[in-house]
Design a protein around this ligand. Sequence first.
Ligand code: FE
Ligand code: FE
Ligand code: ZN
Length: 277
Amino acid sequence: MYIGCHLSVAKGYEKMALDALSIGANVFQFFSRNPRGSSSKAIDLKDVEKMKAILKENNFGPILAHAPYILNLASFNDNTYGMSKSILKVDYEMLNSISIPYFNFHPGNHMGKGIDYGIQRIADALNEIITGNENTMILLETMSGKGTEIGKSFEEIKSIIDRVKYNELIGVCIDTCHVYSAGYDIVNDLEGVIDEFDDKIGLNRLKAVHINDSMMEFNSHKDRHATIGEGTIGLNAIENIINHPALRKLPFYLETPNDLNGHRKEIELLKGLYDEH
Ligand code: FE
Ligand code: FE
Ligand code: ZN
């Protein structure tokens, strides 16, 4: 199985690969730049090459970059919108140049302008950013639907995809905490949720899973991650998710409130629950 967690990029790329190895991970996620600020520093290509050598030697799965949280590609404020587009574009070019396969982002918040307005804004931005010549795929993350967040339903995700010209470069990342708080019952009806995803979006678009438990109730539209087995989703449902035929080959990335050693234990736990066949 491909399992790993979110790692800090602060000490460089090779360090992330070494950290991943030290906790038994064979994939990981990192922020494309500092999540709170908006500064990006020039990339150290030697460091990237060292990371790649480790990934190759240890048969790692696809590495996932996550865009900063401060972006809002659905914003009606032209300053916010312009800043969000330029950060996404710069980071997308950088990730593409170092062949990172996936770049995940939160679709955005319409801030009262309405879902359709927000979806069009996001699609317009993506149409400015994606030239069709890239190899890195942009992933839309499923959201919990807090406030005016877009991406809380499979329909919303699909309508963004439909409005993007080069949408062969668009995929989806399911976050288990987010979909559960958005009202998709992956605990009692995993099969139904997967069927619905296939119906509305198509399973061929599904490229990655953020594997998180949730501190909040089902359908709460609140986004608080819990460590695996300690939340409202629970270990039994998590076991079903990682073993489901439609999901089991996908890369799983933990974004649980844990340090490296805690993640090591979660990875060990999940590997133990995974059916090797
Ligand atoms: Fe996210
Ligand atoms: Fe997530
Ligand atoms: Zn979240």
